[in-house]
Write a protein that binds this ligand. Structure first.
Ligand code: ATP
Length: 497
C-alpha cells in the first residue's frame, strides 16, 4: 500500500481540484502553494540523489584497482609501520582475546605526492577490505549540516558495500583531512564543527566485535593544523610519516614507473635518481611520463637518457617557453647564469650538471645542480655557500654592467630563505633565538648584514675568475646549453691559464 502512496495521491489531486471548482471555491492560491511545495521537495530529493551519485562515482572500489605494497617505491619504513598496524585488523581474534582496543584511525602525514593514497589503497588490499575514498573538501558546504550528513552517508555506504561484497572490513580513506579536521576556533565555523563532530561520533561508534569493521585512514600535508580531538588515543592514534624518498627510494620508484615503458639499454637510472634529489613520487612518475613524450616527439621507439634529463628539467622548472630575448638580454642572462655556475663550481666542485640559456617556466636561463649525495643536515658553511651561489648571478651582472636587473628577484628570495634558516637554527651572531620574537627591524638588519658580507665575498671570488666568463660566454651563447663536464673543461682551462 505504501509503495503506491504517491501514485494514489497524484491521482486524487485532479479529482479534488475538479470538485473544489465545481462547488465554487478559488483554487489558484492552493495550486500555487502546491507547486512551490512540490518544487522544494523535488529539489531536495534531487540534490540528495545527485550528491550521492557523484560521491559514489568518485569512490573507487578496490576490486577494480587492486593495488599492493610492492607497487609502492621506497617508503620502506612507512610501509612496515602500516603493515604492523594493519595486522591488528587482520588478526582481530587475537586482539580481542587480549582485550586490546580496536585500531580505528591511521593518519598518514607528509608532503604532497609521496604515495599516501597508494598506501591507503594497498592497506585495503592487504586487509581484504572494501575501499572507499573521499576528500576533506567534499564535505565542505555552505549549508550547516550537509557535511555531517555526508560523513554519516560515507560510513553507511562503507558498511553496505562491505556486506554486499561479503567482506569483513572496510577501509575509508579521507584525503586532506585538515579541511574538516582543522583546529576549532570557538564557534565561528559551525559547519566545519558539525562535520568534524560527526566524524568523531562515527569513529567512537566503531566497536571491536562489529561486522564489518571500519578502519579510517586519513592523509594530510599539515599535521600541525589538526584538532587535538582527532589525534587523541582511540581516534587517529597511529601516525605514520610519509617522507620524500631518498636516493634508493627514488630509484625504486623510477624502476616501478619504467616497467611499462621501453627504455634504451645502458640508460643510467641511478644517475637520474641522483639528479632528482627532493622529488616526490608523483614528480618521478611525471619524469618518466614526460621522458616518454619527448621520445615520441622525436619518433623514437625507446626512451634515451637525454629524454630523462630533459624531463627532469621540465618537472623542476616547467616547459620551455617561446619567449624571445633580445641579443643584449641574452648576453646578460648568460653572464648571470655563468655567475651562478662559477660560484657553484668554486664552492662545491663538480656540482654543476648543466648551464642553460633557454627560457623555461618563469626562468630565462638556469643552472642545474647535481647533489653529490642526499643531505638532510646543513652546516653554517654549507648554507653560506648556498647563499653565495644564489648571489652569483646578481654579482656577475654588477661586474659586467655596473648594475643589476629584475632577473635576480628569485635568487634573492632564495637567499633570504636561507638566512631565515640560519637565524632559526641559531647559526648567526644573534645566537640561539626565538625568531618569532624578532622585530621587523632586527630581521632587516640581520638580512642586510649577512647578505652584504656574502655578496662582497662572492664578487671577490668571481672577479678572480673573470677569464672563465669571457671564454664560456661565447660557447654558451652559441650552444645554448653547456653540460656539467663541458663547463668544467672551460673552467679548468681558463683558471689554469
Ligand atoms: P596528496 O597529498 O597530494 O594527495 P599523495 O601523497 O596521496 O598526494 P599519491 O596520490 O599517492 O600521493 O601519489 C600520486 C601519484 O604519484 C601516484 O599515482 C603514483 O603514480 C606516484 N607515486 C607517488 N608516490 C609513489 C611511490 N612511493 N611509488 C610509486 N609511485 C608513487
Amino acid at each position: 500500500m505504501r509503495k503506491y502512496g504517491i501514485e494514489i495521491a497524484i491521482g486524487l489531486v485532479p479529482i479534488i481540484i475538479a470538485f473544489l471548482i465545481f462547488i465554487g471555491q478559488n483554487v489558484v492560491p492552493m495550486l500555487m502553494l502546491g507547486v512551490i511545495g512540490f518544487a522544494v521537495v523535488y529539489a531536495a530529493r534531487g540534490r540528495g540523489k545527485l550528491t550521492a551519485m557523484t560521491g559514489q562515482k568518485q569512490r573507487t572500489d578496490v576490486k577494480s584497482t587492486p593495488f599492493t605494497f610492492e607497487q609502492i617505491g621506497g617508503q620502506e619504513r612507512a610501509k612496515q609501520e602500516l603493515v604492523e598496524a594493519l595486522d591488528f585488523l587482520v588478526h582481530q581474534d587475537k586482539i580481542a582475546k587480549l582485550g586490546i582496543r580496536p585500531l580505528k584511525g591511521i593518519l598518514l602525514a607528509g608532503p604532497p605526492g609521496t604515495g599516501k593514497t597508494l598506501l591507503a589503497k594497498a592497506a585495503a588490499q592487504y586487509t581484504d577490505s572494501i575501499y572507499l575514498a573521499a576528500s576533506g573538501s567534499e564535505f565542505v558546504e555552505m549549508y550547516v549540516g550537509v557535511g555531517a550528513g555526508r560523513v554519516r552517508d560515507l560510513f553507511k555506504e562503507a558498511r553496505t558495500k562491505a556486506n554486499k561484497a561479503k567482506k569483513s572490513s572496510a577501509v575509508i580513506f579521507i584525503d586532506e583531512i585538515e579541511v574538516i579536521g582543522g583546529k576549532r576556533d570557538g564557534g565561528q565555523q559551525r559547519e566545519y564543527d558539525q562535520t568534524l563532530n560527526q566524524l568523531l561520533t562515527e569513529m567512537d561508534g566503531i566497536h571491536a566485535n562489529e561486522s564489518p569493521r571500519i578502519l579510517l585512514i586519513a592523509a594530510t600535508n599539515r599535521k600541525e593544523m589538526l584538532d587535538s580531538a582527532l589525534l587523541r588515543p582511540g581516534r587517529f592514534d597511529r601516525h605514520i610519516g610519509v617522507e620524500l624518498p631518498d636516493k634508493k627510494g627514488r630509484l625504486h620508484i623510477l624502476n616501478i614507473h619504467a616497467n611499462n615503458k621501453p627504455i634504451e639499454d645502458g640508460v643510467d637510472l641511478d644517475r637520474i635518481a641522483r639528479e632528482s634529489f627532493g622529488f616526490s613520487g608523483a614528480q618521478l612518475e611525471s619524469v618518466m611520463n614526460e621522458a616518454a613524450i619527448y621520445a615520441m616527439r622525436e619518433s623514437r621507439e625507446q626512451i634515451a637518457e637525454n629524454h630523462l634529463s630533459m624531463a627532469i628539467d621540465k618537472v623542476m622548472m616547467g616547459e620551455k617557453t617561446d619567449r624571445e630575448a633580445t641579443k643584449e638580454e641574452r648576453e646578460r642572462i648568460a653572464l648571470h647564469e655563468l655567475g651562478h655556475a662559477i660560484m657553484a663550481e668554486l664552492v662545491r666542485p663538480g656540482s654543476v650538471s648543466q648551464v642553460a640559456l633557454s627560457p623555461r617556466g618563469q626562468a630565462l636561463g638556469y643552472v642545474r645542480h647535481n647533489p653529490q649525495q642526499d643531505q638532510y643536515l646543513y652546516t653554517k658553511d654549507f648554507l653560506n655557500g648556498q647563499i653565495m651561489i644564489a648571489l652569483g648571478g646578481a654579482a656577475a651582472e654588477e661586474m659586467f654592467y655596473g648594475d643589476r636587473s629584475t632577473g635576480s628577484r628569485g635568487d634573492f628570495e632564495q637567499a633570504m630563505n636561507i638566512v631565515k634558516t640560519l637565524v632559526e637554527s641559531g647559526l648567526t651572531d644573534l645566537g640561539i633565538i626565538d625568531a618569532s620574537m624578532m622585530t621587523k627591524d632586527v630581521w632587516a638588519l640581520t638580512n642586510r648584514t649577512i647578505l652584504d658580507e656574502l655578496m662582497l665575498q662572492t664578487k671577490g671570488m668571481l672577479e678572480s675568475r673573470r677569464d672563465v666568463f669571457t671564454k664560456s660566454l661565447e660557447t654558451l651563447l652559441r650552444e645554448e646549453t653547456l653540460s656539467g663536464d663541458e663547463f668544467r673543461t672551460l673552467f679548468a682551462t681558463n683558471s689554469a691559464a
